[in-house]
Design a protein around this ligand. Structure first.
Ligand code: MN
Length: 500
């Protein structure tokens, strides 16, 4: 997973009134800012200087150029001087890429004793950016507004979060999600409108017969299986029975064959995310556990039981978190500890938790699976380190997609989970389990989530803004009655806003 090839374009607005000398200064300042920010090491994608725009034609041209560029993830806009905003209407009407409006000023400090009218005419973003903000608001345009001196730590952090979200948005446009089999029968929350998702969110979701996958699995050469099981031997703490000569070594070879077949299928079809379902495994000897875990670790999105919305969400979160410390995984709220002092949730899944979240070398194990009626599946078992994390869900409310983000704190189990045969994480939701679960359930949040120790609410809020998603955050300051009220208002807002 690498987002370094993406670019955010820095577009400075001005006008002709000031004359060539001032415009050259404007360009020089913008260049200096871009070069400093690009070299700061604080931004996850390249920030690229674009010539200062002073006419409606130039503004429209840069917006169109951005739309067509596969590497441009969005525009960072700034009005160093005054740029009469009617000039921006045509371009902004066409712009299809996310926008960050950076409200900053070239000079940090006001030169109190030397300030004259020349300085005032050059450094007027304080009002230039307000004119520009108006036209964005008047046109009801989605964007992130970041305010502060351009070298400030918090300004760079907010820009970086937006760049990560914009990278995920760019990645989703035209992305392909493969479903092996359909949905888990009778399950509601994993269903949804795939056509609407493609229109709104950019990715397509299509189903494939498990037989198509089985063909890839059967075609895997023995030599490739040999090499992969050797890699497993090196990378993990392998259970005795799975080691060379062990009684269940054959099951490990089968897991390797499934991984190689799945990988080949997904790579050949240019898929970025996928789903499986234990109810449809015809021709596969075991439910893919290890394969799914390792593919997720390589950046594929995944959702179990046909959950394509979570698969695409996990992919987006993988892109957003590229290069950051902390793992990102498919997850499920599984079971609770109602400790009166501090209630906790234990998250896990049947098998499929991403080893990017592991706090130690994973152990490679084989255990029976109580559902599905297949051979015992191989899986990686590990725990997740303590620290802040988020759980994110995306549900289809019929009239719109809703995202819910819950901030949580991962803690360690009170005792070793000696008999638990799957990877797991224990967390304390913010503000507490009772409030968080109440709000989550009132909002219709799913049992499946994207879990991340690399991302914060800001990444997801930025992504939701770009995607036009409703986004509700459950955090330290959440109160259930306010949350319930927000749900009612949002129903009304999203109904009415279609007419705005
Ligand atoms: Mn599940």
């Amino acid at each position: 997973m690498d987002i370094k090839t993406f670019e955010a374009w820095f577009v400075t607005g001005s006008q002709h009134l000031y004359g060539e000398e001032v415009l050259q200064k404007v360009a020089g300042h913008a260049r200096e800012m871009v070069s400093w920010m690009d070299g700061s090491g604080r931004l996850p994608v390249r920030i690229v200087f674009k010539p200062v725009v002073t006419t409606p034609e130039a503004i429209t041209a840069v917006c169109q150029e951005a739309n067509l560029s596969p590497t441009c993830i969005g525009l960072v806009t700034w009005m160093h001087t005054f740029s009469p905003a009617k000039m921006w209407i045509a371009g902004l009407n066409l712009l299809r890429k996310p926008q960050l409006h950076l409200h900053t000023q070239f000079n940090r400090d006001l030169p109190w004793s030397e300030i004259d009218m020349d300085f005032m005419n050059l450094n007027q973003s304080a009002h230039g950016d307000r004119e520009y903000g108006f036209i964005n608001s008047r046109m009801r345009l989605k964007r992130k507004v970041v305010v502060g001196f351009w070298q400030d730590e918090d300004v760079l952090e907010q820009m970086a979060a937006w760049m990560r979200a914009a990278s995920a948005w760019q990645d989703a446009q035209g992305a392909r999600v493969a479903r092996f089999g359909d949905n888990m029968r009778e399950v509601a929350v994993t269903e949804g409108d795939k056509v609407e998702a493609q229109i709104r969110l950019g990715y397509s979701v299509n189903g494939y017969g498990v037989g198509d996958l089985v063909k890839y699995v059967s075609d895997v050469p023995e030599k490739a299986v040999d090499r992969l099981v050797e890699a497993y031997d090196e990378e993990y703490l392998v259970a005795d029975s799975l080691r060379p000569g062990g009684a269940q070594r054959g099951a490990l070879r089968e897991a390797a064959r499934i991984e190689l077949g799945m990988r080949a299928f997904l790579e050949e079809g240019h898929f970025k995310a996928f789903t499986t379902t234990f109810e449809d495994l015809h021709g596969l000897s075991q439910l893919p556990g290890l394969a799914v875990q390792r593919l997720m670790a390589d950046g594929f999105g995944f959702g179990a039981e046909g959950d394509w919305k979570t698969a695409a969400l996990v992919r987006a979160m993988k892109v957003m978190s590229a290069g950051l410390a902390g793992g990102t995984s498919f997850m499920e709220d599984y079971t609770y500890d109602w400790d009166p002092e501090c209630p906790k949730a234990l998250g896990a899944h049947m098998l499929e938790v991403c080893p990017s979240t592991a706090s130690q070398k994973p152990s490679l194990e084989i255990h029976p699976l109580s559902i599905g009626g297949k051979a015992d599946p191989v899986r990686l078992v590990f725990s997740v380190p303590s620290g802040p994390a988020i759980n994110v869900t995306l549900v289809d409310m019929g009239s719109r997609f809703r995202m819910i983000v819950n901030e949580v704190d991962v803690v360690q189990p009170e005792k070793p989970l000696a008999r638990l045969p799957v990877a797991s994480a224990v967390w304390v939701p913010r503000p507490n389990l009772k409030t968080a679960a109440k709000c989550w359930i009132l909002g219709g949040g799913a049992h499946h989530t994207g879990f991340s120790q690399a991302l914060t609410r800001e990444h997801l809020l930025d992504f939701a803004e770009m995607a036009g998603l409703e986004c509700l955050v459950i955090g330290s300051d959440t109160r259930p009655d306010d949350f319930a009220q927000a749900l009612r208002w949002n129903d009304l807002y999203y109904y009415l806003s279609k007419g705005l």
